[in-house]
Design a protein around this ligand. Structure first.
Ligand SMILES: *Cc1c(COP(=O)(O)O)cnc(C)c1O
Length: 378
């Protein structure tokens, strides 16, 4: 099955009981047992729920993995995966990861003795230098957020194999439509499904897919123990959204390419970050390891005041956190999604106060270009 067919026919296609073509919302917490321990595969909805199963099988199929697991948010998915490590273990992680991932590691898991070194994982020598005796995993976000730096999943997976480390990849920005980290050697791929997979700004959710069954069982044990599961209605909403992932991702990318090229030649824009531009340092690598460049663009207008002016003047770009939705979204990472990263660290990373991030929606690209054109006056 190819990707667009998988989006429609992957996972559980129809309800086994009734043949209903849309998997029903099994709004249920517990399941009748014929005698003690004798049930039809479901005992309690934290452990498993048929609507959630349909979603979990769908994402496993899309990522070419063995086991899918669905959570109540991207952060619940990430925290559950991180909880497989022990006190004294160490991770090497991309330095411009999602702000919430930085926060949970530096302010929550650090208290339980899990150590993390944040490095620019697009530079392989930094990754090598950061590996220690107690390193257990490398955690990548590629392209990264908000600077769209591209890390070499295959090369880093070879390092992981040689050193017996897990490779975990946050694939939120690319989605399985454009990139399949497990095929490139990763062990675990995770998503904030709140973004492109859901796609309609109406559900918060997270997904995990493992390369093998054994790892899948371990994460399921943690999912059931910690309990950050997705509810049946949200699982159903996600399945519904994911059916059009291919159509949406192609439109996001086509418009993003046009907008990135427009911004690149704009006199008031200092720098544009988009992997689809030939000028982007990760362009060739992105072309090699992914089938598309995605719909996220960051650009620098020089100062907080100028960035605020642009945000005030746009009409179609919704000023909001989040990304990956049908509507275009605009934000200033330094003041919004990445505000939990200390100012000095942000400055070192290049997440300046004048950096604007846009998530290109599926509106007509002519309208989006006109909108940016009238807003880039300051
Ligand atoms: C939003 C996001 C997360 C966190 O997901 P939530 O669903 O908001 O909990 C993690 N990683 C990336 C790349 C994100 O964009």
């Amino acid at each position: 099955m190819k990707m667009n067919t998988k989006l429609i026919h992957g996972g559980v296609v129809a309800d086994p009981q009734t043949g209903a073509v849309s998997v029903p919302i099994y709004q249920v917490s517990t399941y009748q047992q014929a005698s003690i321990g004798q049930h039809k595969g479901y005992e309690y909805s934290r452990t498993g729920n048929p609507t959630r199963t349909a979603l979990e099988e769908l994402i496993a199929t899309l990522e070419n993995g063995k086991r899918g697991l669905a959570f109540g948010s991207g952060m619940a998915a990430i925290s559950t995966v991180l909880s497989m490590f022990n006190k004294g273990d160490h991770l090497v992680i991309s330095d411009d990861v999602y702000g919430g991932t930085y926060r949970v590691l530096s302010q929550v898991f650090s208290r339980f003795g899990l150590e993390a070194t944040f490095v620019d994982t697009s530079e392989i020598s930094y990754v090598m230098d950061a590996i220690r005796e107690n390193t257990r995993a490398i955690y990548l976000e590629t392209p990264s957020n908000p600077l769209l730096k591209v890390s070499d999943i295959k090369l880093i997976s070879e390092i992981c194999q040689a050193k017996n480390l897990y490779l975990i990849v946050d694939n939120t920005f690319m989605t399985p439509y454009w990139q399949n980290p497990l095929d490139l050697g990763a062990d675990i791929v995770l998503h904030s499904a709140t973004k492109y997979l859901g796609g309609h700004s109406d559900v918060v959710a997270g997904l995990v897919v493992t390369k093998d069954e054994e790892l899948g069982e371990r994460i399921h044990f943690l999912q059931n123990s910690i309990g950050g599961v997705i509810g049946p209605f949200d699982a159903w909403l996600l399945i519904r959204g994911m059916k059009t992932l291919g159509l949406r991702m192609r439109q996001h990318e086509e418009s993003a390419g046009q907008i990135a090229r427009y911004l690149e030649q704009h006199p008031r824009v200092n720098k544009v970050y988009y992997p689809g531009l030939k000028s982007h340092p990760g362009h060739d690598l992105a072309k090699r390891q992914a089938r598309g460049f995605g719909g996220m663009i960051s650009f620098d207008v020089g100062s907080q005041a100028k960035a605020e002016k642009v945000l005030e003047q746009v009409n179609y770009f919704v000023l909001a956190e989040s990304l990956g939705a049908v509507e275009s979204i605009i934000s200033v990472p330094a003041r919004m999604t990445h505000a939990s990263i200390p100012a000095e660290t942000r400055a070192e990373l290049g997440i300046t106060d004048g950096l604007i991030r846009i998530s290109v929606g599926i509106e007509d690209s002519e309208d989006l270009l006109d909108d940016l054109d009238q807003a880039l006056t300051f």
